[in-house]
Design a protein around this ligand. Structure first.
Ligand SMILES: Cc1cc2nc3c(=O)[nH]c(=O)nc-3n(C[C@H](O)[C@H](O)[C@H](O)COP(=O)(O)OP(=O)(O)OC[C@H]3O[C@@H](n4cnc5c(N)ncnc54)[C@H](O)[C@@H]3O)c2cc1C
Length: 488
């Protein structure tokens, strides 16, 4: 009897759709199983800003991705190259040397080519002007190795994937969770058990690609693997990523891999809901902290806000906030830096206070006023007065002799009105998952490929440990999704 499909893809986000398109391009009959209803399709990918981190040797290499930009427009921008070596070094540095060298190397070497593939498929890209650049001396300078976004951000990205899937004849089934992998007597994966229209049934295929996200939306697994208090954190994105596909793979003997007690977690509005809101998207995040200071309820600083560009620190500072009293922290700015804050600071759903003196600001935010004022005064005295401030480079304008120091962008807080934003820890995605080889195949605990089983996206372990360079999630999903789809 004919199988239901050649390839079944479990999941409906960026990694899954990249796999589906790569397989469909090769003439394979593809079914995509999306657990969420259609109005929630796209997983965490929908919630993103759509930023893709890829290597490029020279800004000229960006031009084929942005064909509508004129020479005059290009001339306004200062875009530092982002060579493969630097991308690789960034992965090594942020993961404290733990990233799997083969995975990291594959991601870096195939990043540009994969974005070109997406462009050829029909994606449109734009410069990340408002998020990854500052105007300095009349020129717009980009920073942090993340330059390009999909047009329309995460929603635009997801909608485009689904339009392309439809155009390539991919059979998308919404509200259809996969619940079990079906294997034959040789341990080959031959299908998936699903729940469709309230009934369990088995769909057969030659190969299955797992791309159903991590376990960030599962409070029990968060407490179990990430540790105490993680069950309490708000989820930044989809409520549907509950680790199902990881569990299904472990049930048939897959090897657990990567940083199971690690995750991506950021500063997130203190009053954000339990999981992501599709209308607000990523705007509950508060990513401009390198321009100010962060204190806890006791008025104490606890991280180096200027250790690096926010791309390289934001994903680990959520954990630092979770460790503070009441799981809250406060980002503080003065009138000099407020104009530089990202758009997400100006949304209606923001938890903020403003005052003309520091003590009043502290009282309004619920911070110990005396200790807060002492912290700010000590910080201001420690700020290097001679080095010029430049937000587009690591300017070395430091505050030293205090604990912790602030290594860059240390500008005294001395110009009222002062503004404070209350944030908590919001979890983005988990780092633990499955081990894949260079064909995208899932390995078992004997470290052999499980025949017929591939994986991509958040549920692949081994790439990210402790921290993550911004824009690498979508890129890894597209690169390894395409790999899985090509081989499945
Ligand atoms: C607010 C926010 C902003 C972000 N911004 C960026 C950014 O700008 N750049 C970047 O690179 N990364 C960003 N990320 C990270 C990025 O979202 C992820 O790295 C990436 O989207 C993961 O893609 P994925 O396809 O693996 O998972 P997802 O996009 O989450 O897709 C998983 C899919 O699996 C489905 N699913 C779950 N269980 C089942 C099941 N049992 N059966 C069938 N389907 C199932 C889900 O419904 C979902 O459709 C951001 C994340 C968030 C939350």
């Amino acid at each position: 009897m004919a199988k239901d499909a050649d390839v079944i893809v479990v999941g409906g986000g960026n990694a899954a759709l990249a796999a589906a398109l790569a397989a469909a391009e090769r003439g394979r009959r593809v079914i995509v199983l999306e657990k969420a209803p259609q109005e929630w399709r796209g997983g965490n990918s929908y919630f993103t800003g759509g930023g893709f981190r890829f290597a490029f040797p020279d800004p000229e290499a960006l031009r084929p991705l942005l064909p509508d930009m004129t020479d005059a427009e290009w001339a306004q921008y200062d875009i530092p190259p982002y060579p493969e070596d630097q991308y690789y070094d960034d992965l090594i540095t942020v993961t404290e040397g733990l990233t799997d060298p083969d995975l990291a190397d594959y991601l870096v070497r195939h990043s540009y080519e994969t974005v070109r593939w997406m462009r050829d498929l029909g994606f449109r890209f734009a410069l990340l002007l408002r998020r990854q650049s500052y105007v300095v001396d009349g020129r717009t300078r980009f920073w942090g190795g993340l330059i390009v976004e999909a047009v329309g951000g995460g929603p635009g990205l997801v909608d485009r994937w689904y339009e392309l899937a439809a155009a390539h004849g991919v059979d998308v089934r919404y509200s259809t969770p996969a619940v079990r992998l079906v294997t034959d007597e040789t341990e080959r994966v031959v299908g998936v058990e699903v729940v469709q229209d309230g009934r369990r049934r088995i769909l057969e295929a030659e190969a299955v690609v797992l791309a159903a996200g991590g376990f960030e939306a599962n409070p029990e697994w968060r407490a179990r693997y990430l540790g105490p208090l993680w069950d309490l954190v708000p989820v930044r994105g989809t409520p549907y990523n509950t680790g199902d596909a990881i569990r299904m793979a472990l049930d048939i003997g897959a090897l657990p891999w990567g940083h199971w007690s690690g995750c991506h977690a950021v500063a997130w509005d203190a009053n954000a809901p339990e999981h992501g809101d599709r209308k607000v998207g990523d705007q509950f995040q508060k990513h401009s902290y390198p321009l100010g200071i962060i204190v806890n309820r006791n008025g104490e600083r606890f991280v180096d806000e200027g250790a690096d560009f926010r791309n390289y620190t934001y994903a680990k500072y959520g954990r630092a906030i979770l460790a503070q009293p009441g799981r809250v922290a406060f980002q503080i700015f003065d009138a000099k830096t407020v104009p530089l804050l990202r758009d997400e600071y100006r949304i209606r759903q923001v938890t903020k206070a403003e005052a003309n003196d520091l003590g009043t600001l502290a009282e309004r935010l619920g911070i110990d006023p005396a200790r807060f004022v002492a912290t700010v005064e000590a910080f201001n005295r420690a700020c290097d007065p001679t080095t010029p401030f430049n937000p587009a480079v690591k300017d070395g304008k430091a505050a030293r002799g205090i604990t912790p120091p602030k290594s860059n962008w240390a500008v005294p807080l001395d110009t009222p009105p002062y503004v404070g934003f209350a944030v908590t820890c919001g979890i983005t995605f988990t780092f633990g998952g499955l081990k894949i080889n260079d064909r995208g195949q899932v390995l078992n605990t004997r470290r052999e490929p499980i025949p017929g089983l591939y994986a991509a996206g958040e549920l692949v372990g081994g790439l990210f440990y402790h921290n993550y360079p911004g824009g690498a999630g979508l890129m890894a999903g597209a690169v390894f999704g395409r790999l899985a789809g090509q081989n499945a």
